[in-house]
Design a binder for this molecule. Sequence first.
Ligand code: HEC
Length: 190
Amino acid sequence: MMKLRQFSIFLSLLALLSFAGVSEAANPCNPCGIKQNPCNPCAMKQMKKHNPCNPCSMKTMHNPCNPCGMAANPCSTDVKKNIRPHAFNSFQESVDMGRKMWNDDEGMGKAGVACLSCHADFDMLHFDKNQNFPHYVKMVGDVVTLDQMINYCLLNPMQGHELAQDSKEMTAMAAYYRSYRMKYLREHKK
Ligand code: HEC
């Protein structure tokens, strides 16, 4: 009697397990459950470069396998996460805002100086060294990213407030820095 009962428990467990297996394999959203699924990222390695599902070879947004085109992906529950409200439509727009801030000798800090006061004519920016950030800066005594360097100058020589990493102001400052550096490179072409 006991044996029969144990056997039937065993049978129902088996049925449950195989059911779970089937439903996993049939789930169209499970990226790894479907071996034959051409969009399966787990099978990517074996596929050729021109595989339309290879995220590295994707040019078109309308490819249903393209993780960048998620809006069209029926399996996606992703909601786009913004780092801040939309700020700029072009690089030039951000440069224009950054230029105003760079030249502002009132709003940026208590010292009453602007970035321009110390960095006019490319002074002290070491553009001749042609380094990318992060790099070691003597005044800071540390290795810093561009954003950290901007904040360091805002806090110390300018006695102002630091800018939030995700703010449009930080983007604008970094954009102006880049356009100023491009100007230097144009003027100092060998
Ligand atoms: C009172 C002078 C002064 C002001 C104002 C100033 N800085 Fe600086 N800044 C310096 C000095 C000095 C250095 C060079 C430090 C070194 O080489 O050790 C420097 C370095 C930098 C660098 C790094 C250069 C490199 O080595 O790559 C950046 C970027 C920078 N400043 C941005 C700014 C920005 C943006 C502002 C305005 C928000 C600003 N600075 C305001 C004095 C100033």
